[in-house]
Ligand binder design. Structure first.
Ligand SMILES: [Zn+2]
Length: 254
């Protein structure tokens, strides 16, 4: 399905942001149809509860998902971001034993999450997301990070607080973006079980990541095997008989 309402392309170096939404609709198909209708709204993707992805707008083209919005110094996030809509009914009202969406449909208790929104102080009922849907969204974001260097994933609720509540607390936004974007941070790679070897004649081992930190033992000799625990700004935290920081340039990876 395509519903190009706008042919304006992103500027060079953009998009660098993904904005996550919920549709507040009945199902992915009807939401996609709505976004393709005469309304002045659109999004790049709609992801169904079965994980099926419907693309409405090409990734190189600006879509209209953010509306009046701001983040940091930026105003109007459409020109910076890819908009992903997740099929979800949104906030639900409990009446008796029923949980009802604004459009009248009831949802079973096993699809309801009681949680407090990040912008609110009291808990409310929210339609849950499905695991396959979150996983599909994760895969799309991973692809976009690789293709465009996306470095920010935000919820609509964070760029239009007060006006928008999506994706809401049923979506694990903080965990989701931490997991996706921490791979890109050079200061926090995953060094579990990574081995290295000292390639300099003598290598000072210090209490911190820098030459201004104290030497904590005699220098390590060439050929000493180390386990790499952490990286920080050109330094490795390593473990041999002792644990300390060494200049990364003098460690060969095995
Ligand atoms: Zn939204």
């Amino acid at each position: 399905m395509s519903c190009l309402k706008n042919t304006e392309k992103f500027s060079t170096g953009l998009p660098d942001t993904v904005v996550i939404h919920y549709t507040a609709g009945r199902d992915a198909g009807s939401s996609a149809k709505f976004l393709c209708s005469e309304v002045k709204a659109s999004a790049h993707l709609v992801i169904g509860r079965d994980g099926k992805i419907i693309q409405l707008v090409p990734f190189n083209t600006i879509s209209w998902h953010a509306g009046v919005s701001a983040y940091g110094a930026r105003q109007g996030l459409n020109k910076y971001s890819i908009g992903i809509e997740l099929d979800n009914a949104g906030v639900l009202q409990k009446t008796g034993s029923e949980y009802k969406a604004w459009f009248g449909r009831s949802y079973p208790e096993n699809e309801v999450v009681l949680a407090t929104h990040r912008n609110e102080s009291k808990p409310a009922y929210w339609h849950s997301y499905t695991e396959v849907q979150i996983e599909a969204c994760r895969q799309v974001c991973e692809f976009l990070i690789g293709k465009y260097g996306i470095n920010l994933i935000v919820g609509h609720e964070e760029i239009a607080p007060g006006r928008k509540q999506d994706p809401g607390p049923a979506f694990p936004l903080d965990k989701f973006r931490d997991r996706l974007l921490s791979h890109n941070r050079s200061d926090e790679p995953d060094f579990v079980d990574k081995k290295g070897i000292v390639t300099a004649d003598f290598l000072n081992i210090r209490s911190g990541a820098g030459v201004n930190f104290d030497k904590i033992a005699p220098p390590l000799k060439m050929g000493t095997e180390v386990s790499i625990l952490e990286e920080n700004n050109g330094w490795y935290k390593v473990e041999t008989k002792i644990t300390g920081w060494v200049s990364k340039a003098n460690i060969g990876l095995e």
